[in-house]
Design a protein around this ligand. Structure first.
Ligand code: GLP
Length: 253
């Protein structure tokens, strides 16, 4: 596992964009696993800029997103589909049919989770999976639990996640209770994994996930099983606990 601690959020976003741009250049028809949340916004802005400058193209790229809220249609402004279109897909040259997310408006969980797994398989799996991390250690929407998920699952969001994500909704009550999320095994099967985190609120959980016990109580700890294909890029604040406890394990920029 390589861990880069960047000076600022902008530096973290640029370094992550370099990583993704390299993947896109070397394999223009890559399958990119994408994430939502505030963490990757700087990265997406950087990719949009590089696409406008013709440094990269998404013409043959296929994407699969990690997760989607249950009960929201893709055109709902709170949906992850809407978020991805507004922040990336509508601003780069990706064909709309190449973009995939779980369908939160499908009430049939068994059918939807099976459909999404089949879809990822039909694309040949994920070349590069982008991840953020939740305050409780979740990846995608895989919340702390007593077992790691395998394929796509319907998950009940924890109170801490509802609280954290309520900043995007009118109130905590407006946050959907359930979400569809790509499973941990699917994430681990990706060719490479790029984990981003910023801000001091993530420092403790990041250190615990990357250096603590591998346990479904901290879902991101599962990344230790495939550490050779994981690259972690964080800002100073998110990296402070790792730097304090494991100074030899990181590259500081
Ligand atoms: C959300 C998403 C995750 C994301 C995480 C962190 O709930 N489902 O994919 O990584 O929370 O969000 P943020 O980047 O806003 O801190």
């Amino acid at each position: 596992m390589t861990i880069h601690i960047c000076k600022t959020y902008q530096d973290m976003s640029r370094r992550a964009a370099d990583f993704m741009a390299a993947q896109i250049t070397l394999k223009p028809d890559s399958v990119l696993g994408l994430a939502t949340g505030s963490t990757p916004l700087g990265l997406y802005a950087e990719l949009v800029k590089r696409c406008a400058g013709k440094q990269i193209s998404f013409r043959s790229i296929r994407t699969v997103n990690l997760d989607e809220y249950c009960g929201l249609t893709p055109d709902d402004e709170q949906s992850y589909s809407y978020f991805m279109h507004r922040n990336l897909f509508d601003r780069v040259d990706i064909p709309k049919e190449n973009v995939h997310l779980p369908d939160g408006s499908n009430p049939d969980a068994a059918a939807e989770t099976a459909r999404y797994d089949r879809l990822i398989e039909s694309l040949g799996g994920i070349d590069l999976q982008l991840l953020g991390i939740g305050h409780d250690g979740h990846i995608g929407f895989n919340e702390p639990s007593d077992a790691f998920s395998v394929g796509t699952v319907k998950i009940r969001l924890t109170d801490s996640t509802v609280e954290a994500n309520s900043r995007f909704f009118s109130s905590p009550e407006a946050v959907p209770e359930y979400a569809y999320s790509m499973g941990c095994r699917t994430i681990l099967n990706a060719g490479r994994i790029l984990l981003l985190a910023n801000g001091s609120g993530k420092a403790g959980i990041l250190e615990k996930a990357l250096f603590g016990a591998v346990t479904p109580e901290v879902p991101a700890s599962v990344l230790q099983l495939v550490s050779d294909k994981v690259t972690v890029v964080v800002d100073r604040e998110a990296g402070e606990e790792i730097l304090r406890k494991h100074p030899g394990a990181v590259t500081v920029e």
